[in-house]
Design a protein. Structure first.
Length: 199
C-alpha cells in the first residue's frame, strides 16, 4: 500500500499530516500532479473551499483528482474538503466549482460566521466511542443521493458526516481536537480498497 496523500495547497493540512503520523500511517503532501503517484487515498483538508478550488486549478491538480475519485480512490474531505467533494452546493460563490463525486447537496457556512463556531461530541456510525468535533464556519449536508449514508448528525438532525462507497465527507474538524478515530476509520477504508494511484 502507498501512503495517504494530503492536499496541501491551503487550510489545515499540517494537522491532518500530524494525525496520520500519530496513527503511524505514512502520509505525503500533495502540491503537484506527480505527488499523486502511488498514493492509496487522499485527504482534502478544511480551509476555504473557494481558495482550494482556485489553487487546485492553478496547480493542475483538479482534473487528475477528479479522475482518481472517478476511478474509486478513497477520499476524505473535512469541512472545506467536504464542500470540494459535493456534487452540488448552496451558497457557493458565482464561479465556485468542486471536484464532486459525492451525490449530496452541501450548504456552505450553515452555522453563520466564525463567532458561531463550536465544539461537541458526536455519535458516529462505525466508530465505537463518541467523536470529538470542532465546527468552524462549517457546512451541513442538506440532501443525500440514494447511495449516500449519513454517519453522524447533530441533535437537531442536521447531517454532518456522510459516506458513499470510498468517499467520506464530514462537516467538522477532528484533527484540531486530538481526535484520531475518524482518520483511523479512513485508514481502514484505504486498506480495504487497496487502491494505488497510477496517475
Ligand atoms: N466556510 C469554509 C468554506 O466555505 C469552510 C470552513 C472550514 O473548512 N473550516 O470553504
Amino acid at each position: 500500500m502507498g501512503p495517504i496523500g494530503v492536499l496541501s495547497l491551503q487550510g489545515d493540512f499540517r494537522e491532518h499530516l500530524a494525525t496520520l503520523e500519530a496513527l503511524s500511517f505514512a502520509a505525503v503532501k500533495v502540491r503537484k500532479p506527480s505527488d499523486l503517484e502511488g498514493i492509496s487515498g487522499l485527504i482534502i483538508p478544511g480551509g476555504e473551499s473557494t481558495v482550494i478550488d482556485k489553487l487546485s486549478k492553478i496547480y493542475n491538480l483538479a482534473e487528475p483528482i477528479k479522475e482518481l475519485i472517478a476511478k474509486g480512490m478513497p477520499v476524505f474531505g473535512t469541512c472545506a474538503g467536504l464542500i470540494m467533494l459535493a456534487n452540488k452546493l448552496e451558497d457557493a460563490t458565482p464561479t465556485q466549482e468542486t471536484f464532486g463525486g459525492l451525490d449530496v447537496v452541501v450548504q456552505r457556512n450553515a452555522f453563520g460566521s466564525q463567532a458561531n463556531s463550536f465544539e461537541t461530541t458526536l455519535v458516529f456510525t462505525g466508530i465505537a466511542e463518541p467523536v470529538s468535533a470542532a465546527f468552524i464556519r462549517a457546512p451541513i449536508v442538506l440532501n443525500l443521493g440514494p447511495n449516500v449514508e449519513a454517519l453522524a448528525s447533530l441533535p437537531n438532525g442536521e447531517i454532518v458526516a456522510v459516506r458513499s462507497g470510498n468517499i467520506l465527507g464530514i462537516s467538522f474538524h477532528p484533527e484540531v481536537c486530538d481526535e484520531n478515530a475518524v482518520h483511523a476509520y479512513f485508514v481502514e477504508m484505504c486498506k480495504t480498497a487497496n487502491f494505488t494511484s497510477t496517475n
